[in-house]
Design a protein around this ligand. Structure first.
Ligand SMILES: [Zn+2]
Length: 192
């Protein structure tokens, strides 16, 4: 099991055993010696959604090859590193996972979820629609076993998706694929 921030035992500054206090209704660990309080921090994750028309709409997904949720699909995604801008994290993750270059990206949705409660409680995920260029290449086969354009057609079953918030976005796009049309056209012209 993953440890969470609530599992801290000792003060990282003076080494004293941490006590629990309540502030604005929230339990916090705190150090009675140096007065440090451990305000819990959220992780921020970013995910990129690319769409192409082939001629029916499809979206780019990766098949996870490791915990949590191996064997299920997600959009290319990952955590924002400390000190990193979320849009740069998106560019980095998409390149690391798919070999593609993000040409343009726009934030379309922010979601707070408990999809990954042990590793990242109340995780904040930022979804971008993006235009990508280049040739798909599975760069990290330990992380993903496959990369595939999945049909967004409603006649085709939704793949098994690793995270509830990614599935929500997938279904949203099935219903609103036209809003991605302009982006897909741009994508085509970039690739040629
Ligand atoms: Zn302390």
């Amino acid at each position: 099991m993953y440890k969470t921030q609530l599992d801290y035992i000792f003060c990282p500054f003076c080494g004293r055993y941490l006590e629990v206090t309540v502030e604005e209704g929230q339990e916090l660990k705190y150090c009675s010696q140096c007065k440090w309080k451990h305000y819990l921090k959220h992780d921020i994750a970013v995910a990129g959604i690319a769409v192409r028309f082939n001629p029916l709409p499809e979206t780019l997904m990766v098949l996870r090859n490791r915990e949590p949720n191996p064997g299920k699909w997600s959009f290319p995604a990952g955590f924002v590193n400390f000190g990193e801008r979320p849009d740069n994290a998106l560019i980095r993750e998409v390149r690391e996972e798919t070999g593609l270059t993000v040409v343009r990206a726009k934030l379309i949705k922010e979601v707070v979820s408990d999809d990954d409660p042990n590793r990242s409680p109340k995780q904040q995920s930022r979804f971008y629609k993006m235009v990508v260029t280049g040739k798909v290449k599975n760069q990290d086969q330990e992380e993903n076993s496959e990369i595939k354009w999945h049909s967004l057609s409603r006649q085709i079953p939704v793949p098994e998706i690793a995270w509830g918030n990614h599935e929500l976005l997938f279904r949203y796009m099935q219903g609103d694929v036209l809003s991605f049309m302009e982006w897909a056209e741009y994508w085509k012209s970039e690739v040629r």
